[in-house]
Design a protein around this ligand. Structure first.
Ligand code: HEM
Length: 945
């Protein structure tokens, strides 16, 4: 059956009937034979070529025989939607994604899952090829090659990454001569992140510009600086257009069944259990996971500088206009009241690093911008270095306290009535903003929450646990080789007893940062994306597709990747082949197994990194997809470990755990109870109408404005517009995902025509149409060069609809609105495919670029104990889970072990837990089920009622 096009509400809607998704019914035997025939055809078609130009990209869409081979008719029919095909392959969902009546489910599952992995690798290769845009001045060399004639994608050093003369380490790295970091600058992670790459000292350090993943010409569409952006948006968009607070109130607000019981997120008095704030919950992901990612973003990036934006730059934030017949008109006071927004709210602008004219260059007959029209600083180190715990500049590091009795340790203090140590509270002499008064003293104290308090305390304890174990070993074998070396004196064996407190502190930091990266890669992400391809894919990034089963093969492949492709000056080998082959040994530890490794040789120490021709930093688009405020519930379901873990004893408003109240909540209730509570509760789904009520009305003391309040969901839209993030449809094209042609494309076409969920989605789409509007299209206006129609013609303002017809203003939809509106997602995806594609590129690069995760993951830097600690998830040998969760033999997860080690009270509760981010009382059931069912001993837990 072919898709039918029908005219609906003035636009074209693709209607795919449920019958179509059921597939043309063949008997299982005939279907199996047909699929095998399709596989033969697919193989005969050969490997897909990597697109020569960005407008010919793969888009995650395969040929009909390939789809049939990997997922039967469901996959074939899904090809007509804009979404990636692999989500309909065999085995990529729960048990219902396995064929019924086939000879065995194993072969189709293998075809489906490995097909999905192949599609994901193609995406990664194309992302590396087409989506790297550095803002620090290296882009011209990327396009044209450098002065030495090396092709851009394999250039490995850049003059722009040299330390400036003003840097205190300028002379130490070589001053005006060739700059190469050495000695104490390369032994451990540095405060500001310099010298991670030995030959590019400045890369990834605090204050470097955010990069971009979208072509510079496509950024800042509001400015309409190119004909394409002009044609795309037709003068319809601006910083406050469409109105961000109106969007927030209409599209982001959580619908409440009993608004009084929610009380705008404050709940009922005395933390009553009768409080209730409805939110859309992810059954497979817990509140710990929400706060984990807030904890991570505070490591990776910040537009703000120590808690503030540009002083004296207040601006309006909307609640002013709405669209009527294609024209923005003022809201009436009644409408303002009905919406519940606040026209008097104001906020300070983001700091701008440089908004001078970017300059241009010409290559191959095309003119390019040398950088984006405006650039912003990442006021954090871009490295995954636990800088939120350990500091990223001279000010933040003053808040990091060492234990005076053992300076290798973090300072932890007792809290009355609680077990274990807790981080100290900020003191008068510490540098801090007034709004942080009363909080724990940490490097990154902004937007402090009880979850941030939890993870900061947990990893401070873990730091000390490592130091304790090291000291224990040192006491037992003081003269044994610790593994550590000093690159200034590489031959000297450093025995346990000779490791100084300072050295040990730095080693513990390396270990903690690597544990965090491991947790994020193989525990958090596979639960965020809860299906088999992503379990395999993420484990491949870490351990390699070969796993840890064959160390010799892993080592051999690693050497081929690093010394074969990594040193190649051939752009294809140095990038595409490198990426593909890295999947074998895994990215983590790449280059760390070279024979005769010499800690004084930069080629060994630095040899495992690959920046693919573009210095590493996060792109603005990455920040966009991490604006994950819907994850946070309004109320925390508080449990007391000493009572019955199955009982919710209080409902605590999240806003009552904000800033210093988070510290107070932690100190009065303790890590164990908060761990239990956040471990059991489901987080909010990343979808429309799911922003916490409290975040739409938050009071921020630092704001000196008429209301002192802000709607953070509206602000998320404004910040993206300020930072020039392309709007949703172009954002997708830029990342090689298929564009949409109408708002109706958001509806999940797999839903039956009469399902209530489909109706709900259609109602939301009607709201989107009301806010963003429609216009009579002009086919003579070309709107993009990042993608083409399937017949090869350029995409114009009509998006395939007849010239002059009324089309949706789908081009104007904000990226956040668009990604939250994606109802069709791969199984178990807490995020949408548009967010995911941003992760594929940047999560891999975060590992590929960091020598401490690749060629410097060695005892010379981490000590032997440190290497084993990271590999085994703690002291002693690796521990295995009982059974085979989802069919995999699996080590006890890194976060589970950290929790058991540092909050031992939680051990009985954690006994049943496989992944610390899966709600702890959920029965994980069979193969990636999303069912919300209690495990046997949690039947009385009211959250399952
Ligand atoms: C108690 C919970 C939270 C509160 C009160 C909160 C509040 C805020 C505020 C006030 C801003 C700054 C806006 C600005 O001036 O630009 C912000 C930014 C941000 N938040 Fe949250 N947030 C919370 C949780 C989260 C979570 C769970 C995430 C998940 C990743 C998150 C991700 C972000 C991101 C990515 C930014 C932008 C940072 C930047 O531009 O550098 N937040 N948040």
């Amino acid at each position: 059956m072919r898709p039918q096009f029908v005219v609906f509400a003035g636009t074209l809607v693709l209607v795919l009937s449920a019958a179509m998704f059921a597939g043309d019914q063949l008997s299982p035997k005939k279907e199996e034979a047909a699929e095998l025939g399709a596989c033969a055809k697919s193989v005969a078609g050969g490997f897909l070529q990597i697109a020569p130009t960005r407008d010919q990209r793969f888009q995650g869409k395969v040929t009909e025989p390939t789809a049939r081979c990997r997922g039967g008719m469901n996959a074939v029919n899904f090809r007509f939607t804009p979404w990636v095909d692999w989500s309909n392959y065999w085995g990529t969902g729960d048990t219902s994604s396995l064929p019924v009546g086939f000879l065995s489910v194993q072969a189709p599952k293998f075809r489906g899952v490995s097909g999905a992995l192949l599609d994901l690798e193609y995406e990664r290769i194309e992302l590396i090829k087409f989506n790297l845009f550095d803002n620090s001045g290296t882009y011209q060399a990327y396009v044209m090659g450098n002065a030495a004639g090396i092709p851009g994608p394999v250039v490995k050093t850049w003059p722009e990454m040299r330390l400036p003369a003003s840097n205190p380490d300028y002379a130490a790295v070589g001053g005006a001569g060739p700059q190469v970091c050495s000695g104490s600058l390369i032994r451990a992670r540095t405060l500001t992140g310099i010298c991670n790459d030995i030959r590019n000292p400045l890369m990834g350090s605090t204050g470097m510009p955010f990069a971009r993943n979208a072509e510079f010409e496509s950024t800042f569409p509001e400015l309409e600086q190119t004909t394409l952006t002009k044609n795309r948006h037709g003068g319809r968009i601006g910083l406050l257009t469409p109105d961000p607070q109106v969007i927030s109130r209409k599209l982001f607000t959580r619908v409440q069944s009993n608004p009084a019981a929610c009380n705008l997120g404050f709940g009922l008095p005395n933390n009553s259990v009768d409080s209730n704030c409805d939110y859309q919950k992810a059954p497979f992901f817990n509140v710990l996971a929400a706060y984990w990612i807030q904890f991570m973003t505070h490591d990776w990036f910040s537009h703000m500088d120590d808690g503030h934006n540009a002083p004296g730059t207040s601006m309006d934030v909307g609640c002013k206009t709405k669209l009527v017949n294609g024209v923005q008109v003022p809201l009436t006071p009644d409408e303002v009241q009905q919406l519940g927004c606040r026209p008097q709210d104001q906020v300070d602008k983001t700091y701008v690093l440089d908004d001078s004219a970017p300059g241009q260059f010409t290559a191959n007959g095309k003119t390019y911008l040398a950088r984006a029209p405006k650039i912003y600083a990442n006021n954090n180190t871009a490295w995954w270095d636990a800088s939120q715990l350990y500091g990223f500049d001279d000010v933040s590091v003053k808040r990091v306290k060492h234990d005076p009795n053992d300076p290798a340790k973090m300072l932890l203090e007792p809290v009355q009535g609680l077990a274990g140590g807790y981080l100290p509270v900020l003191q008068a002499g510490d540098p801090f903003e007034p709004q942080w008064t009363g909080q724990e003293s940490v490097a990154f104290p902004d937007n402090w929450s009880v979850g941030l308090s939890f993870f900061h305390n947990l990893f401070a304890r873990e730091h000390n646990s490592f130091v304790d174990e090291f000291r224990r070993q040192a006491a037992q074998t003081p003269n044994a080789d610790s593994g550590l070396r000093n690159p200034s004196d590489p031959k000297r064996v450093i025995a346990y007893k000779d490791v100084s407190a300072d050295e040990l502190f730095n080693v513990a930091r390396l270990v903690v940062a690597a544990e965090i990266a491991k947790i994020h890669t193989i525990e958090w992400t596979p639960q965020l994306l809860y299906d088999e391809p992503l379990y395999k894919g993420m484990n491949a990034n870490w351990n390699g597709l070969l796993g840890t089963g064959d160390p010799d093969a892993t080592k051999a492949l690693s050497d081929i990747v690093v010394h074969g492709f990594g040193t190649s000056t051939n752009a294809k080998k140095g990038t595409q082949w490198y990426s593909v082959f890295a999947s074998g040994p895994g990215i983590f530890g790449l280059g760390s197994t070279v024979p005769h490794y010499d800690v004084a040789n930069p080629d060994d120490v630095n040899g495992g990194v690959n920046h693919f021709g573009s210095p590493f930093n996060f792109p603005e688009e990455f920040v966009t997809v991490y604006r994950l405020h819907p994850l946070v519930p309004d109320l925390l379901e508080y449990r007391d470990l000493k009572k019955d873990p199955n009982q919710i004893v209080e409902k605590v408003a999240v806003i009552e755990t904000f800033e210093s109240k988070a510290t107070a909540a932690m100190h009065s209730r303790g890590m164990a109870n908060w761990g239990l509570s956040m471990g059991r509760q489901r987080l909010g789904l990343l979808t429309l109408n799911n922003v916490p009520q409290f975040l739409q009305n938050i009071r921020l003391p630092r704001l000196d404005t008429p209301t002192g309040q802000l709607d953070i969901a509206a602000l998320d839209l404004i910040r993206d517009r300020e930072h020039g993030v392309p709007r949703f449809n172009e954002f997708r094209r830029q990342y090689g995902l298929r564009q949409m042609t109408s708002y109706d494309d958001f509806v999940d076409q797999r839903l039956p025509a009469d399902s209530p969920e489909r109706k709900r989605q259609m109602d939301t789409i009607a709201q989107i149409r009301e806010i963003y509007g429609t216009h009579a299209c002009d086919a003579s206006k070309i709107i993009t060069d990042a993608q083409r129609n399937s017949d090869g013609t350029p995409i114009n303002d009509c998006l395939g609809h007849p010239n002059g017809s009324v089309v949706d203003n789908i081009e104007d939809v904000d990226t956040i609105v668009g990604y939250l509106a994606e109802y069709a997602r791969p199984h178990g995806f807490a995020i949408s495919e548009t967010q995911f594609v941003v992760f594929i590129l940047n999560a891999s690069r975060r590992l590929f670029s960091d020598r401490f995760f690749t060629s410097s993951f060695r005892p010379e830097f981490y000590t032997t104990l440190g290497i084993n600690w990271v590999n085994h998830n703690g002291p002693g040998p690796i521990m295995m889970e009982i059974g085979a969760p989802n069919g995999h033999a699996q080590p006890v997860s890194p976060l589970k072990r950290i929790l058991m080690r540092n909050i031992p009270e939680l051990s009985p509760e954690l006994q049943h837990v496989t992944n610390a981010f899966d709600p702890w009382a959920r029965d994980r059931g069979q193969y990636y089920t999303l069912d919300w069912k209690p495990r046997a001993d949690a039947l009385s837990d009211p959250s399952f009622k």
